[in-house]
Design a protein around this ligand. Structure first.
Ligand code: CO
Length: 709
């Protein structure tokens, strides 16, 4: 043993003792993208990647994934980071390891198909900024959605990795849709498109080890490009699946460094390295080097993100994936969505409705964005459908899907659902069969005109074209036209130390004493901040108010460990969607999740109606604060009929202005919830008397969006 208590690795790292493997397994590390996307809602900051970057470059990874997927969205929306800058910055530290990104086909890094001109410029800019490998997937496995981006990837001289989304309709591979033949056919399509490698993307961790063996073996026999497996840990099967894939001859596997592994992320790298040590698939990686990287992550980096991790669950495996095949991220979104609407008790109904909705919508694989589309529609059906009418509130994205705007579904969409969804649909009631982007008008010039001088370069322009609302806000901050909101500022180790100090006080009983003697309790101010303090298996919620610069403890409330559903701090329920509100620092909503009022900047309204104050809806107010005013709807103070938000979300745009006449059922406003757009219709005939919010505002449930008179 060495002085550090670790086994001395000299022997196994010595060339003589450890011959180079005949066919070393190649590894792509996902810690800097899928790892933190899966475990802490993509909140990893570039400054926290730099301390390990040079050592990671020495490991010998086939590639490092550090961009794409949700990173682009989260960085500009919540972290005040320019997504393009991350590639350029990290490239200075990674001198030899290729960079890989996750590209959602024609969806790029967003949630809908973009026009060809945007797609081409996006890929070109990504390549120019330093991207090497484009892992390209389409949620429907409709490779017509690759036709625009693949030639650009090739022209830029970059690696096109074609992906097949792995999906099931029953517990094991087979059935009538997702069969071995299906996957072979898809792999051959990718090979014909010029794929430099083929990735099987098991985003929910559904792939069973023996299915992996059969699948990898069949693909190795059927196509020439190297086979790459991406299997999430969620269900707990992935390490076994990995090993069977290795036995079947898989070329490349995806893993994460230990602190970024397991749960809804990926199997850890280090056990695999040890497993294969000395075999003909030995990775050749230096365990000492990996251990040193882990140490930095554990000591200097992870403490800053600990509050985002799901620390209430002991189990690292999500049993629901095995029972209901609901991917982890999707499940957390569903739970979050139901909780925001005070309907968590309907989760059972959601589980029942989900397979039905999925089948009716063409048995699509559940991956971004189809997981959100199916998930949100399921929740809408459970909450808003009546006995006589299903699909009462159809999201805009379901309409798009029914129209064919995402591509061809695995089986045809239920014709009745399709007809209902397309009734009055703006593009027409007859679905298309062509490549979806063919019906999209070019978007770049319109975007260029709209954003004007605020976009200094083409990178800015692409960011705005992809995310018009949040992108514009980011550019305003980037160029100093708006201050950086506190919620976007990073958490420092000092903040973490402060929390530890609170914990110490709680242990000493100081916090509880102050609270129980609180007969002359001061009023809570707007500056009140809430801390979660954990003492062994007890949990205290502590409100801290700054009065004249000195922190005053307003309340401390012991938490009952068994009382999970109602009082649990929201961030603890779902690793993908921390909703903050009870932390010493604001935590914004995760991508793909609701944006409850508590953690976004309060909605600012320049219009006539005063919006109700945002409420941290995910958490019941503590008893001492129970008399705090609830958000009162404004219907009492205004004559006319209010249009209320049926769910919390973000205003995309108003389609009507004050003074406009509306018919009952006509769309007044588009509300985004869980990334899905909901067209909210006027409840009555009349004239718009007032409008409560503006584009980009976050609104709580029941906020009055407009008044019709
Ligand atoms: Co993934």
């Amino acid at each position: 043993m060495s002085e550090h208590g670790r086994i001395n690795m000299c022997e196994i790292n010595c060339d003589k003792e450890r011959p180079v493997a005949a066919n070393p397994l190649k590894i792509e590390d996902l810690s800097l993208r899928d790892g933190h996307q899966s475990l802490f809602a993509t909140r990893g900051r570039t400054e926290d990647m730099i301390p390990i970057a040079e050592r990671m470059d020495q490991v010998g990874f086939w590639a490092v994934e550090m961009w794409g997927g949700a990173t682009f969205d989260t960085m500009h929306r919540y972290l005040n980071e320019d997504p393009w800058e991350r590639i350029r910055t990290l490239k200075r530290y990674f001198k030899k390891t290729p960079f890989s990104m996750l590209l959602r086909g024609q969806n790029l890094v967003g949630y809908r198909n973009y026009a060809d001109d945007v797609a081409k410029l996006f890929v070109k800019k990504a390549a120019e900024n330093g991207m090497d490998i484009f892992r390209t997937f389409d949620a429907l496995n409709d490779y017509r959605n690759f036709e625009c981006v693949v030639p650009v990837i090739k022209e830029c001289g970059k690696h096109f990795q074609g992906s097949i989304c792995y999906s099931l309709t029953e517990p094991r591979m087979g059935g009538t849709v997702y069969t071995l033949e299906y996957y072979i056919k898809k792999a051959k399509e990718l090979e014909a498109m010029g794929a430099d490698s083929i990735c099987i993307k098991d985003m929910a961790g559904l792939m069973a080890p023996y299915d992996a063996y059969d699948l990898v073996k069949a693909l190795k026999e059927s196509v020439k490009p190297p086979i790459h497996l991406h299997s999430h840990f969620t269900s707990g099967m992935a390490p076994m699946t990995h090993l069977k894939a290795v036995e079947a001859g898989v070329d490349i596997l995806d893993t994460c460094l230990t602190p970024y592994a397991y749960r809804t992320s990926h199997p850890a790298l280090e056990p695999l390295v040890m497993t294969l040590l000395g075999t003909d698939r030995d990775t050749g990686f230096d365990i000492e080097l990996l251990a040193s990287i882990n140490e930095t992550l554990e000591q200097d980096i992870l403490p800053k993100y600990r509050h985002l991790l799901d620390d209430t669950k002991v189990s690292v495996i999500d049993i629901n994936v095995l029972l209901h095949q609901t991917p982890g991220g999707m499940l957390s979104n569903l739970v979050n969505q139901l909780r925001e609407m005070d309907a968590l008790d309907r989760l059972g109904d959601v589980y029942k409705e989900l397979p039905r909705v999925r089948k009716e919508l063409g048995q699509v694989p559940l991956v971004t964005p189809t997981s959100q589309i199916v998930g949100t529609q399921t929740v809408n059906n459970v909450l808003f459908d009546t006995e006589n009418e299903r699909y009462k509130m159809v999201t805009a994205q379901v309409k798009d899907l029914c129209y064919g705007l995402y591509g061809k579904t695995a089986i045809p969409i239920d014709s009745e659902v399709q007809k209902k969804a397309l009734k009055g649909y703006e593009r027409g009631s007859e679905p298309i069969t062509c490549r979806p982007a063919e019906v999209l008008k070019p978007e770049l010039e319109v975007a260029r005109e709209k954003i004007g001088d605020l976009a200094v370069d083409e990178e800015d322009l692409v960011l705005y074209a992809l995310f018009p609302v949040t992108g514009k806000k980011f550019l305003r901050i980037k160029y100093g036209k708006e201050p950086v909101p506190d919620s976007m500022k990073p958490i420092t180790l000092e903040d973490v130390a402060k929390e530890a100090e609170m914990l110490k006080k709680a242990r000493a009983g100081e916090l509880v004493e102050r609270a129980s003697s609180g007969t002359d309790m001061p009023e809570k101010s707007d500056a009140l901040r809430t801390f979660n303090v954990f003492v062994d298996d007890e949990y205290f919620e502590v409100g801290v108010d700054e009065v004249g610069g000195a922190p005053v403890i307003v309340y401390a409330q012991p938490f009952q460990a068994g009382d999970t559903q109602q009082n649990q701090p929201s961030h603890a329920m779902h690793p993908h969607a921390p909703t903050g509100g009870s932390l010493p620092y604001p935590v914004p909503a995760a991508s793909g999740s609701y944006a409850p009022g508590g953690m976004m900047p309060p909605p600012v309204s320049s219009q006539s109606q005063a919006p109700p104050p945002p409420q941290p809806a995910a958490r019941k107010p503590p008893p001492k604060a129970a008399n705090a005013p609830k958000p009162e709807s404004v219907e009492t103070s205004a004559s006319g009929t209010p249009l209320k938000a049926p769910m919390p979300g973000m205003i995309i745009k108003y389609q009507k202005s004050v003074g406009d006449g509306v018919k009952k059922g006509e769309t007044i406003v588009i509300l985004e919830a869980m990334k899905m757009e909901n067209a909210l219709p006027s409840p009555v005939d009349g004239v718009i008397k007032s409008i409560g919010f503006g584009s980009g505002d976050s609104v709580p449930k029941d906020a009055v969006l407009a008044v019709i008179d």
